[in-house]
Write a protein that binds this ligand. Sequence first.
Ligand code: MCA
Ligand code: AMP
Length: 509
Amino acid sequence: MSELLRTFFAREGGARDFISTAAGGATDGEVCTMARRVASRLGAATSPGERVALFVSPGPTFLAAFFGALAAGRVVVVLSPLHPAPETTFFCEDAGVRTVLASRALLDMTAPIAAGREVLVIEDVCEAPTDEAPADGAPAELDAPPDTPALQLYTSGTTGRPKGAVITHGNLAVQQRLVAEAWGFTRDDTLLHALPLHHMHGLAIALLTAVGAGARVRMLDFTGRSFDAARVWDEMRDATVLMAVPSMYHRLFAAFDAADSGTRARWAAAARSLRLATSGSAALPVTLAERWRELTGKIPLERFGMTEIGVGITNPLDGPRVPGHVGLPLPTVEARVVDDEGRDAASGELWIRGPSVFAGYHARPEETARAFAADPDGGAPWFRTGDTVTRNPDAGAHAPYRILGRTSVDILKSGGYKLSALEIEEALREHPAVGEVAVVGVPDEAWGDRVVACVLTREPVSAEALREHTRARLAPYKIPKDFIFMDDLPRNPVGKVVKPALVAKLRGG
Ligand code: MCA
Ligand code: AMP
């Protein structure tokens, strides 16, 4: 059995609460039994290595679908109801998905991908008897070497369409172990989980870390509705760990400031009772970090991660946490900071290697090759993160890393989601009234990057029409917040748009 599956099935037979949601919960034993039923059903319906899509709401059936698919030797592709039909269809086609596990409540949304695919209702699968499992109750293909693909997560890059990052059993297991050790996770923890599950942060860094440590998970599902900050404050009571993106801390403080003094006192006490609050996926503004310190005595534990590597660098659980810095690499994670020529430098691009680095992008050998750099000493290749970082050269090996931003102006981070300006531009260019368009991120405390589309039109068109056009093609979080109509864009002598100059112009008003 792979380490990842072993840590999950170690909970088999247990009667303790594992996961709870507003709609109900399940014990360790119940989740494992459901996972075996999923494995058994998929074992019969699909073949090893096949990509199986999960269109499953957060909760016990999500865990059952995820681990059941892995136990059957299948590779999970997580879909989200946030994506419109063209995106969901693209993910399924790109991954070659033939089978979809869907929550009954989301069945309507599977219509665009149902043609030519089998859609299994997860609630039905979880209730069916496990008659195809071998006599010892173990699904036939639990044995998965570490390099077996487990998960294919779609992530935006410097090319127009998102790429499927292939993440292995070994990648997830090592992450689960290292993050749990670094952050002191035990089975006595209760993770307050409010993150989306179609990305690495919510799925692996939060959920799988808790699963591996034998901890409990209290899951809040805000998919399709706004993040309910008051609810999160309320649910901190008797939870021990909160993991969030900076925009969530922003929302938490907006709700806090609007609350009456009694509520504020209750919420402050709940925050203080957490043993750990983490922040990641984007830079945590120092103002928000300091507000959390005023309330709890400590700034959130900020760490750096990526879909392709999980958590790479983290501040310490107990040692000093430096605002604006992300700490040091986890054990087994090797990091280098390099200049444009690939030479070691105090500031430059961050390169990472180690057992948590993903296997490559699905069916994209050239992009995979571009993502890695050869090692000058003939060692294992390095993953180029595309992030610019710096360290104090006088502070020695213990100098914490500081993330300065992306090396590409076309990669944006809004509310913790990584967005490709090129993908948004491509979608906008499909509108007949759009002549030229440049999508940029304008720094913003609430979102990180506020996505702005600067448009040169061929014919009159309203911002609302362009918003609706984009909404039909892309997830709501990719839709530009502002559409600005311009006569021209700042260009260099050969006519190429200079996006930093455009951002400067927008910031200037
Ligand atoms: C929602 N909207 C957004 C975003 N989220 N717009 C830009 N950026 C966003 N992130 C849109 C909504 O569709 C809506 O548009 C309008 O903004 C207002 O939405 P609202 O209801 O206020 O937002 P929300 O639904 O409450 O969401 C805010 C959120 C959410 C909770 C911060 O964005 C979120 O869950 N972010 C987490 C992303 C994440 O997990 N990233 C991890 C990537 P309209 O009104 O037009 O419909 S993994 C990663 O980065 C690595 C591994 C790492 O290090 O962790
Ligand atoms: P994703 O592809 O969605 O996994 O996003 C990964 C990217 O999020 C990284 O390459 C960084 O640009 C950004 N990121 C993650 N954590 C942090 C952090 N603590 N500070 C700044 N940026 C971060």
